[in-house]
Design a protein around this ligand. Structure first.
Ligand code: ZN
Ligand code: ZN
Length: 336
């Protein structure tokens, strides 16, 4: 029987889940962001201005969905020599389009004067002391999850963070492997932090985004979410369940498993690679590859024999220009 790993029903919608506007340190207004992204074929933008959760539902129409989000920062030291400090940046993506606050908020962490104008009355009621310390950080993630906020760990490289900073994070939803703003600034992320977290049992999803503050950093990384309709609940739930992939260009058309064989159909690429949590991989290399199938029976047998705790497979696509796309990890219990 065929099981679809990206849903058969519904449509793919192109999304940028990390964006700044004039509400924080971006130069584009929310309206300009919508116009630019719609012209470029996007259906979804999550407005994730720094520190303030501001809904933009007035922008939503039949062809465009504005998602409610914010990006929060937790710095090593507040208030001085920021360029020399490590920092955690997390995106909080709201399940409720009207949400205008989050519990991990603290006015003292606001670092842009004009953003104060966007603090809602609901937000004023919350004050949480954020510290650069793992238990405190995990508390931020936990209370965010309790509020139905999907938490993404943003741009580890730009944040000057390494394995020791992220490996104990619990309850993340996404990890950025591509952030267009950071790439253009010379801070190039990779899939490694996501992979490391998967290996310790955190079920994190791969995120590519723009983190654009102005037009030149738009249209680099995106996710393609497969949802029934371009409605907030449908899209949010599809994201939450992992019904998406992320990319800087290659497109996936179909992904399914049938009789232990995983099949992917895609736009022309030069390599399709199946990766597992062990040093067991399979790949297809060539020109204009638009389909590949991988028999998982050997991997399933060997991961059972080796008593792997958390076996999974995931797929990577690379095109002739080096653009990449990543599926999420599919755990073997989902594939049986
Ligand atoms: Zn950031
Ligand atoms: Zn950002």
């Amino acid at each position: 029987m065929r099981k679809y790993l990206l849903p058969k029903e519904g449509e793919f919608y192109k999304a940028n889940l990390h964006m700044h506007t004039t509400i924080s340190d971006g130069v584009l207004t929310p309206q300009e962001v919508k116009r630019l992204y719609v012209n470029e074929g996007y259906s979804i933008v999550a407005f994730s201005d720094h520190e303030v959760m501001v809904p933009h539902n007035y922008l939503t129409d039949d062809n465009f969905l504005a998602m409610t989000a914010t990006e929060i920062s937790i710095n090593q030291y507040w208030g001085f020599d920021f360029e020399f400090q490590k920092t955690y940046h997390f995106n909080l993506l709201s399940g409720d389009p009207d949400k205008d606050y989050y519990r991990a908020f603290n006015k003292k962490n606001m670092w842009l004067g004009h953003s104060f104008d966007y603090i809602s009355d609901n937000q004023e009621k919350h004050s949480f002391v954020k510290e650069y310390q793992i238990d405190n950080i995990n508390e931020v993630i936990k209370i965010s999850n309790e509020e139905n906020l999907l938490v993404t760990y943003n741009h580890p490289v730009w944040s000057l963070q390494d394995y020791s900073d992220y490996i104990d994070l619990k309850g993340l939803w996404g990890v950025e492997w591509f952030n267009n703003g950071c790439v253009q600034g010379g801070f190039i992320d990779s899939i490694k932090p996501m992979e490391d977290l998967l290996r310790v049992g955190e079920n994190v999803f791969p995120i590519a985004c723009d983190d654009a503050h102005y037009q030149a950093t738009c249209f680099g990384g995106f996710v393609m979410v497969k949802a029934k309709k371009l409605k907030y609940d449908d899209v949010f739930n599809a994201l939450k369940e992992g019904d998406f992939y992320s990319s800087t260009k290659p497109l996936i058309e179909e992904l399914f498993i049938e009789d232990g064989v995983i099949t992917i159909k895609c736009s022309p690429v030069t390599r399709i690679m199946l990766t597992t949590e062990r040093r067991y991989t399979q790949d297809v290399i060539g020109s204009n590859i638009t389909e590949a199938s991988f028999d998982l029976s050997n991997y399933i047998r060997r991961s059972t024999k080796n008593e792997c705790k958390n076996p999974y497979v995931r797929l990577t696509l690379i095109d002739e220009d080096g653009n990449e796309a990543y599926t999420r990890a599919y755990h073997l219990y989902e594939l049986r």
